[in-house]
Design a binder for this molecule. Structure first.
Ligand code: ADE
Length: 224
């Protein structure tokens, strides 16, 4: 898989891909992540990528020219399955969406900034708009990192225990069950007996019941 992230702040996106599961997936060649500086596609002397909004009002708008130059240059090299724009008015990211995106070959993520992009960018180039929650971030970079992380960890081979993505919260519309590690007894607070029993079927059963219980308590909307 290839993820091309178009941003005005590439430095902000370096660290998330330099550690842990994402770094391993990149090192193994399972995914290629390219941080593309939008300013490199500006034809202005000052490398500006935004301008005042027609009709007035506070805040700058990201201009169409550098974005069009950048996306067209990428598209000349390969086909893209999705051109994603990060925005609080996009479709809410959930596990189902991440599962689907993780099966794609090439995607672009355009990080929004300022008052957003010229509407013509959205009309002409964007195939999917994604929000990571009902709150406003100062830019789309952290959203792009969240989206990429949720996708990359699902690529087969990205996680050391291949089955563990399947038991994540949300994979069956259920939250994950409680987990424990040593010591089995911490100041008299004991780990549930069944987990020490070695009886696989009973453990699976217990985990499923705890998942349902937790989901009912915390996220009953998922059970509908
Ligand atoms: N940009 C600003 N806020 C955002 C959000 N909630 N999701 C995605 N992109 C954003």
């Amino acid at each position: 898989m290839r993820i091309d992230i178009i941003t005005v702040l590439p430095q902000l996106l370096e660290s998330p891909f330099e550690h842990s599961i994402l770094k391993r997936a990149i090192d193994k060649g399972l995914v290629e992540v390219n941080l593309i500086n939008l300013r490199d596609y500006s034809t202005h002397k000052q490398k500006s990528v935004d301008d005042y909004a027609f009709g007035g009002g506070a805040g700058m708008v990201m201009s169409i020219e550098p974005i069009a130059n950048c996306i067209n240059a990428l598209k000349a090299e390969r086909e893209y399955d999705e051109v994603i724009y990060t925005s609080p008015d996009g479709e809410l990211l959930d596990q189902k969406m991440s599962n689907r995106l993780s099966t794609l070959k090439n995607i672009i993520i355009l990080c929004g900034h300022y008052k957003g992009v010229d509407q013509r960018v959205r009309d002409l180039f964007i195939t999917k708009e994604i929000s990571i929650g009902d709150y406003v971030l100062s830019g789309g970079e952290l959203a792009a990192a969240v989206i990429s992380d949720s996708i990359i960890r699902l690529i087969p081979g990205a996680m050391s225990d291949e089955t563990s993505a399947l038991t994540d919260s949300f994979q069956d519309n259920l939250l994950a069950p409680p987990v424990y590690t040593r010591p089995a007894d911490f100041n008299g607070i004991k780990v549930p007996e069944v987990l020490l029993s070695g009886h696989t079927a009973n453990i699976e059963n217990w985990r499923y019941e705890e998942s349902v219980k937790r989901t009912k308590e915390r996220r009953p909307d998922l059970l509908k």
